[in-house]
Design a protein around this ligand. Structure first.
Ligand code: BV8
Length: 251
């Protein structure tokens, strides 16, 4: 089976590597029961991104945008990390340098035990005051008040996430490119590789000489540039690689 041979040849090089980077997208949380954005049951299918995950949508109708986020928080809250998240949390401990960069805002990498996470698009459990810019963690689902207001100044709170048309913070972006261009290998797991600037990170890694490993049941625009491409689910492929890595490390 193609994946099995690939796993062996991948782990032969992986076991000698020191600097690993991983970029994850919505697909790594699919097996935890969280819908992806572009899948057949995708989030954007039910709701149109331009109506909801944009600054103009929020200024026009904060209540509607918050109802969508409140619904997503209610959906995500009880979900548990899957085997894919857990392997990455283990790898953080075994490789000398391990960078986890995620596009996800669901907090499942934290729940799986990963400590050092670069959240490119923020976190659905954080709220930001639209006046003071203060950020608070809030896990209420459902929210007591929609739209929620700042207890200090009464201004609207917004989800501390990056919307379409909003720039990522320059420090986050700088860190993401630094991590991507200094790794020896980048795993790209569960992303359709269309949303910028996240989708350009694997190319930065590749240009700096890193090997690219894609894990996705479907091909993406990154597939033809990948050194290894596993057509499969994150929760199945990552444990396979981890198992083979442990065997090789005992040899
Ligand atoms: C920016 C947080 C500079 C919010 C997200 C026109 C106007 C304005 C901007 C643009 C424009 N045209 C292009 C842009 C740029 C835009 C962009 O890239 N658009 C795309 C759609 C073309 N980007 C931005 O706006 C970014 N900012 O560029 O600033 C700027 C400023 C002003 C004007 C222009 C530019 C900000 C982007 C961040 C948006 N926020 N999330 C929220 O979630 O509510 S993006 C959101 O969607 C996610 O965070 C994620 O990044 C993205 C979804 O991507 P994926 O994670 O890849 O998920 P997807 O469903 O697509 O794919 C899942 C994959 O998993 C699939 O391939 C599937 O096969 C696979 N899969 C399924 N099951 C499994 C699996 N894989 C493994 N295992 C499984 N079991």
């Amino acid at each position: 089976m193609k994946n099995k041979e690939n796993v062996t040849s991948l782990t032969e090089i992986l076991q000698n590597m020191k600097r690993i980077a991983v970029l994850t997208g919505a697909g790594i949380s699919a097996e935890s029961g969280i819908p992806t954005f572009r899948g057949k049951e995708g989030l954007w299918k039910t709701y149109r991104a331009e109506e909801l995950a944009t600054p103009s949508a929020f200024s026009q109708n904060p209540k509607l945008v918050w109802e969508w986020y409140d619904w997503r928080r209610g959906l995500i809250g009880p979900k548990e990390p899957n085997a894919g998240h857990k392997v990455l949390a283990c790898w953080e401990k075994i490789f000398p340098s391990f960078a986890l960069i995620t596009q996800n805002i669901d907090g499942l990498h934290q729940k799986a035990g990963s400590k050092n996470i670069l959240e490119l698009h923020g976190n659905i459990w954080k709220l930001r005051c639209t006046e003071e810019g203060t950020i608070t963690e809030n896990h209420e689902a459902p929210l007591k008040e929609i739209p929620p207001r700042c207890p200090d100044c009464g201004a609207l709170l917004r989800p501390h996430v990056v919307w379409f048309g909003e720039s990522l913070s320059s420090s986050t972006l700088h860190k993401a490119y630094l991590l991507s261009s200094s790794c020896e290998i980048m795993f790209v797991v569960g992303t359709s590789a269309v949303v910028q600037p996240a989708a350009s990170l694997p190319f930065s890694a590749s240009e700096a000489g890193a090997k690219i490993v894609e894990i996705n049941p479907d091909p993406t625009p990154l597939t033809s540039y990948s050194d290894f491409s596993f057509r499969g689910k994150a929760g199945e492929i990552l444990p396979l690689i981890d198992e083979e890595l442990n065997i090789e490390s005992q040899d």
